[in-house]
Design a protein around this ligand. Sequence first.
Ligand code: ADP
Ligand code: MG
Length: 345
Amino acid sequence: MIRREAIRWLMLAPLVACARGAGADDPAGLQRFAFTEPHMGTLFQLVLFAPEPAAAQAAAQAAFARIAELNRSLSDYDPASEVSRLGRAPAGTAVPVSPELLKLLQRSQTLAARSGGAFDVTLGPLVRLWRESRRTGRLPATDARVQARQVSGHALLALDAKASTVTLGRSGMQLDLGGIAKGFAADEALAVLRRHGFSRAMVAASGDLALGDPPWGKAGWTVELAPFGPGSGSPVVLVVANAGVSTSGDTEQHVEIEGVRYSHLIDPATGLGRTESVAVTVIANDATTSDALATTCSLLQPEQIRPLLAAEDTAVRTLVFTRSADGVAQRTLYGRDPSGLVSRP
Ligand code: ADP
Ligand code: MG
């Protein structure tokens, strides 16, 4: 995750087309403001309703600053980040970590356990090898894959919540929070906008949306999903407020090697990209949850999704899109609607 080189906003547009909202006839006289900045290898867009431009701008600046701060801690691209430094720690040493990193690692370890290791933030070495394969169009060499697997696996990561430390089981491990960090950053940016008094606001980071109170006169933000792009049937329309919506899938990020289509998500069983073509949208109370669960559900078999969602403390709705023979998206629903999901098909 957290690629510097790839700005994927436009490429991802077919996946989660947009979250729309107009603020016409707002009795409080609020106007709509939108701001966009590149962060974490994608574009973050903020939309908020505010009485005047200066206040909106100040809030947006603070929200973008929070995203940049999180990236300095969570990026696996930045060798100076907290995550990268942690990866250089010798095995068996308890390393103090920030509250944010601890929280994300706790959430990730819970998901790793519940998903039988399908979601695993310790797959960093394999993710790196796979990025190289996606670039070169060649499968990783077997010995490189064996080596990477020796320093991967969630059982090698020990957390001490009380002491706020992390201990790696092997030297040479690398954490990759690409499946959860963007949703968390969107939640944190929305929280900043709320603290500035702007609760009618939303944050979009390509496939991850953190949605606050809806625009005046609306029941929610309209989110359009076209899981397999144009020509895959009419878009699926959701109306959502005060919730996170994330989409994960291989539509925009896949590679074909020797006639096989692989996803950018790593199957821990093989150490290679997944070969099933699915797109998954998750609606949850917050975008940290929706992001992590969208990645996880993309990696699971259908029968594994229901128990995973049932283990969550709060209601979560998952839409899994598969492609029928004619290329049209077919959807299957799992879980329960969270209160923020105002309407869905
Ligand atoms: P996107 O990057 O399109 O928003 P996701 O939220 O699904 O998509 O996250 C994909 C990223 O998750 C990958 O780029 C990689 O950094 C990381 N990742 C890949 N495989 C796994 C896995 N099995 N478990 C956890 N994270 C993974
Ligand atoms: Mg994700």
